[in-house]
Ligand binder design. Structure first.
Ligand code: TRP
Ligand code: ZN
Length: 870
């Protein structure tokens, strides 16, 4: 019934390749005819059988070198052509397929989005358009002709350069495109529709003038500026930092409302989820602006790391994604605050990625076994993949790393490469031995570093005793040692760093941990130091060092490294939560440590030193972040304790919070770093102040006076989380104002779904009938259902199983309409191993109910099977 899983070790070079593909689209939402004419070349002289991938369409006819051809076998996943009569190594196949974009709710292949038509081919969507060698190591030149109704579809776009166009008598018109760069099928794209167009241009450093075109739904032109600015910044940055220049005369971005992910890097024609394009002060928050900048950068950077150098097979996905995430992180860090970006990325890693490694879906950044490729666009492949690149950058330094990039690109330009090709280029260009390091690519799981220390007062000698261990994961029992770069600093009691000396020589602050147990010694340390360990999160590992509260407070107040200060507070919060959780579980009263409150007061009082850092330190980790500290998660307990911590901080620091809140005045809205920082801090204060006796008045006023979405949403959030009297009014006001704007309503849906109210599930169920909700729009679904199952763990894991039943009902529907989105939404349900004996059987029952479905998609099947067998 299902196609079998594929293994990385089974990779074989293709027997045939396609050199040139000509596609003719007669477009219509209800009946599209695609004629694909492909020049094939036999690579393996022995081979007489050509296997083409293809499914989910009506297949009409096939011709070999212009003659009708019938020597094929068709099954649900493709065609097998018998070419034993075909002696020439070069031949042409013409295949006609019929598609119905209007009913394609999977949003893969050719589908209708709003009034337009577009494609999504990564990873294996091209095979839903025509029969093809749909694998990334088959690179062909594409020529595309699109014919469609001119009134409904005035714009007809595809990859590369527009080479011809014309009008037909019946009101239809056509445009022909040619992409000079050979590419794999997953980078093919087509868009047809009516849009507003924002035009600009960029001159590359060698003088090439590039036309920049940004297509948005009619009426949205005033929300397109920021994305265009971001694109130009990204193009310039890639020249400055990586010496990489754009290679075509035109770069197009189209924003669509129906999209399974964030965006797609199709050559010369990026397709974006409109969420990551559209922004104006009234509808987008500061966080939205930054997310757009980073996503625009990400897709642009793929032009070199992804498109010019692509992946040999899908197991190598991190080759392009890990590297491109690293590049977009560096772009954001060079453009904005490095520390803030680092902290936000580390939060994702420690919560989402560590959780994935602890789940039935655990996999190395280069997976070994895949059933449905869509299931491997994960935080592990993307964010941990970027951490692995970052570690190489740490080990090599910027200069050698850039030399490695140059070598990697020159050796692999125009080719389909592997992760090993990348490591090898890095090692050869730098002379750094990366042999042990390469193990990060094949080993899953989160390594644990246990550190203890020893100080010899008389000899002024300090030792760090470091051991590493990676616990088994669902996919891999046996783990070996890794090469872990451990960045450290040693502080004296006043926060001054000691020089790191060994045998009279200054040693690097990055220690190379490579063995099970190692001792690192430092001399001339005049007093017992406070160690800052894993500075800047120099490796994606868990750290276990028995810090005292006093030590952490020293780091929090005095460490020079901003990341270390933030991380110290994270550890203090975690200690506080853990201690109180056991009090809660024993039915004891909760208590907040007064030293920590004092320390927070100190940070707040000194906010002017570093505004963004103050906000980040002050903000309590989310429930899901706290949860990662526990093998067995108590969602109810974590909620209660976190809520207690929040209220206690608010009550104890209210005067200082109020003072800071009042000191910050921002008249007109500007999207500038200083203003974003100030708004962020003011709104962080507001979230606490909402819990104090003046909360209702303050929040209500904040909402009333807000002249931008960041402030409106901050007030709405504060009112909802603190269940203020003004809440219902504000929610209603927001709804009335924005009900016609899906992207803005997503913020509202998401807030509704994360309400602390006990009847939240009932509310969510009602909202699925809200006029602004649309089950087939993944943004709406993620905002409402996704927020409920992922960001409201207490309600989702309700002990009566109601949350699990709710999600299961949705997944049963989504299994048919959009399996890719279904498989993302099921994640919290497959992590049953992290819950207690009451919840686990309920989760299991929900999974079994899904498993019994007859036409279960590969996407869901792969995850459910892993969950039930773990
Ligand atoms: N390659 C895209 C990126 O990283 C993501 C992507 C993969 C994608 N598969 C997709 C986007 C399917 C949309 C739909 O930017
Ligand atoms: Zn990407």
């Amino acid at each position: 019934m299902y196609s079998k899983a594929k293994y990385r070790k089974d990779y074989k070079t293709p027997d045939f390749t396609a050199t040139d593909i000509s596609l003719d689209f007669q477009l219509d939402p209800n009946h599209t005819v695609v004629t694909a004419t492909t020049q094939f070349q036999r690579l393996n002289a022995e081979s007489t059988e050509l296997r083409l991938d293809g499914h989910s369409f009506q297949f009409a006819a096939i011709k070999l070198n212009g003659e009708d051809f019938t020597a094929y076998k068709q099954d649900s996943e493709g065609l097998t052509l018998d070419l034993s009569e075909q002696s020439a190594d070069k031949f042409e196949l013409e295949i006609v397929t019929n598609l119905v974009p209007a009913t394609n709710t999977s949003l893969q292949g050719l589908y209708q989005s709003g009034e337009g038509i577009c494609t999504q081919c990564e990873a294996e969507g091209f095979r839903q358009i025509t029969y093809a060698l749909d694998r990334p190591d088959v690179l062909a030149r594409y020529q595309v002709k699109i014919t469609a109704d001119k009134t409904k579809y005035p714009f007809l776009l595809s990859n590369g350069n527009r080479i011809a166009s014309g009008e037909l008598e019946d009101g239809r018109h056509w445009v022909e495109w040619q992409d000079p760069f050979p590419k794999p099928s997953y980078l093919f794209a087509l868009v047809a529709g009516d849009f507003d167009l924002l035009q600009d241009s960029f001159t590359t450093k060698s003088g090439r003038q590039v036309a920049l075109e940004l297509y948005v739904d009619r009426g949205n032109l005033n929300r397109a500026d920021w994305a265009m600015q971001s694109l130009k910044k990204a193009m310039k940055w890639d020249e400055d930092r990586f010496d990489l220049e754009y290679d075509l005369d035109i770069y197009m971005i189209v924003a669509v409302d129906f999209f399974n992910m964030g965006a797609m890097e199709n050559k010369g024609l990026n397709v974006f989820n409109s969420k990551f394009v559209l922004a104006d002060p009234q509808t987008a928050t500061d966080a939205d602006y930054l997310a757009i900048e980073s996503m625009i950068g990400h897709e642009y950077f793929h032009n070199w790391t992804g498109n010019r150098v692509t992946c040999r097979d899908w197991f190598q996905l991190s080759l392009k994604e890990g590297l491109t995430v690293f590049r977009d992180q560096e772009f954001s860090s060079d453009t904005g605050s490095r520390a803030v970006n680092r902290i936000n990325n580390v939060k994702i890693l420690r919560s989402a990625q560590f959780a994935e490694d602890a789940s039935p879906m655990a996999h190395p950044i280069r997976p070994e076994k895949v059933l449905e490729m869509n299931n491997f666009y994960t935080v592990t492949v993307y964010e941990k993949g970027a951490e692995v690149i970052r570690m190489m950058h740490t080990l090599l330094g910027e200069k050698a790393f850039q030399a490695g990039m140059k070598l990697y690109i020159s050796e692999n330009d125009g080719k389909a490469a592997t992760c090993d090709d990348f490591i090898s280029a890095m090692a050869r260009a730098s002379g750094v031995d990366l042999e042990l390091f390469a193990r990060w690519y094949k080993q899953s799981g989160t390594p644990e570093l246990t550190v203890s220390d020893h100080y010899d007062e008389k000899a002024h000698r300090y030792q760090l005793i470091v051991s590493q261990m990676t616990p088994p994961t669902a996919d891999q029992m046996d783990k070996a040692n890794l090469h872990i770069p451990l960045k450290i600093a040693l502080y004296d009691q006043s926060g001054m760093p000691f020089m790191l000396l060994n045998n009279g020589e200054v040693v690097n602050d990055v220690l190379n941990v490579t063995q099970t147990d190692q001792i690192f010694e430092f001399q001339d340390i005049k007093s017992r130091p406070v160690p800052a360990l894993l500075c800047d999160f120099s490796a994606p590992v868990k750290l276990d060092y028995d810090y005292s509260t006093e030590q952490l407070i020293i780091l929090l107040k005095h460490a020079q490294n901003e990341f270390v200060r933030w991380d110290a507070m994270q550890m203090l919060f975690a200690q506080e939560l853990r201690r109180n959780l056991s009090l809660y579980q024993q039915g004891q009263p909760l208590e907040f440590s007064p030293e920590i409150l004092t320390a927070l007061g100190y940070v707040l009082a000194n906010y002017q030193q570093n505004i963004e850092l103050t906000t980040l330190i002050l903000t309590l980790p989310k429930e899901t972040e706290f949860a990662e500290d526990f093998k067995i998660i108590d969602p109810e307990g974590i909620f209660v304790v976190r809520d207690f911590m929040q209220r206690t901080i608010a009550e104890n620091l209210k005067d200082a919070l109020f003072e800071v809140y009042n000191q910050i005045h921002l008249e007109t809205y500007r999207i500038a770093a200083e203003d974003i920082a100030l708004r962020g801090l003011r709104n962080a204060c507001l979230q606490y102040l909402a819990f104090t006796e003046t909360g209702n008045t303050l929040v209500n006023k904040h909402y009333l006076y807000a002249n931008n979405m960041t402030d409106s949403l901050a007030a709405l959030t504060a009112a909802t989380k603190a269940q203020l009297a003004c809440r219902d009014n504000l929610l209603r006001d927001f709804e009335e104002k924005w009900q016609h704007d899906g992207l803005v309503m997503d913020k509202w849906f998401s807030l509704q779904a994360t309400r602390p109210d006990s009847n939240v599930l009932e509310l969510v169920q009602q909202l699925m009938n809200h006029p602004s909700f649309n089950f087939n729009n993944p943004n709406r679904l993620r905002a409402l259902v996704g927020s409920f199952v992922n960001q409201n763990p207490r309600a989702f894991h309700a002990i009566d199983g109601s949350g699990y039943r709710f999600l299961t009902d949705i997944l049963l529907k989504l299994n048919e309409s959009n399996p890719q989105v279904a498989a993302r939404l099921i994640e919290p349900l497959i992590r049953l191993g992290r819950y207690d004996g009451q919840r686990q059987p309920l989760m299991k029952r929900a999974l079994e109910r899904l498993n019994d479905v007859e036409n279960l998609s590969k996407d869901l099947f792969e995850k459910i099977e892993k969950a039930l067998n773990s």
